[in-house]
Design a protein around this ligand. Structure first.
Ligand code: K1U
Ligand code: ZN
Length: 173
């Protein structure tokens, strides 16, 4: 297992649409293990493969508290939102690719998701609350969408410019 470097805004890799996974291979299992390790190290509650530069439709999530003895890792391969509620929820979101920036985003409050597990089996889950928010945030990553895309143009441009400046400064150093 390895901790992989995170792709940070404004890297255009984050705008790529990720490709479906055909078969669960040892390489896919190893990638999922690296994603979980990278997510725990960050720390974060979710991660999409594209955030470590791999354009495959794989998401990891763990909503257990860091002080809980038991971890609760979840891996979703080819996740597809198959139903969303009319009711919406506003939740503060963050993103490991946009460090230390948090804003409120409105999304469907409940969803149903179809995905493949690491045994290659098709599964469905219903999610609400933080899990529903986090799953939608991660599925967006697989389609090249970031949570800042839901903000006003002013806020989005402000944060993008701030991160572009940091990237420029770091590449000159
Ligand atoms: O996909 C990502 O960038 C991960 C992101 C997931 C997420 C958080 C909040 C709402 C929607 C999606 C994060 O994990 S940001 C970091 C974070 O939320 C956190 C970090 C440490 C402890 C608890 C939460
Ligand atoms: Zn994110």
């Amino acid at each position: 297992m390895a901790i992989r470097p995170l792709v940070i805004l404004p890297d255009s890799v984050l705008r790529q649409v990720s490709a479906p996974v055909d078969t669960i291979t040892p390489e896919i299992k190893s990638l999922a293990a690296d994603m979980l390790e990278t997510m725990y190290d960050a720390p974060g509650i979710g991660l999409a493969a594209i955030q470590i530069g791999v354009p495959k439709r794989i998401v990891t999530i763990d909503l257990s508290k860091s002080d809980e003895a038991e971890k609760a890792p979840m891996v979703f391969v080819n996740p597809e939102v198959i139903w969303t509620s009319e009711e919406t929820n506003v939740h503060e979101e963050g993103c490991l690719s946009i460090p230390e920036y948090y804003e409120e985003v409105e999304r469907p409050a409940s969803i149903k998701l179809r995905y493949m597990d690491l045994d290659g089996k098709s599964q469905e889950i219903a999610a609400e609350g933080l899990l529903a928010t986090c799953l939608q945030h991660e599925v967006d990553h697989l389609n090249g969408v970031l949570f800042i895309d839901y903000l006003s143009r002013l806020k989005r441009e402000r944060v993008t410019k701030r991160f572009a400046k940091v990237a420029k400064r770091e590449s000159a150093a």
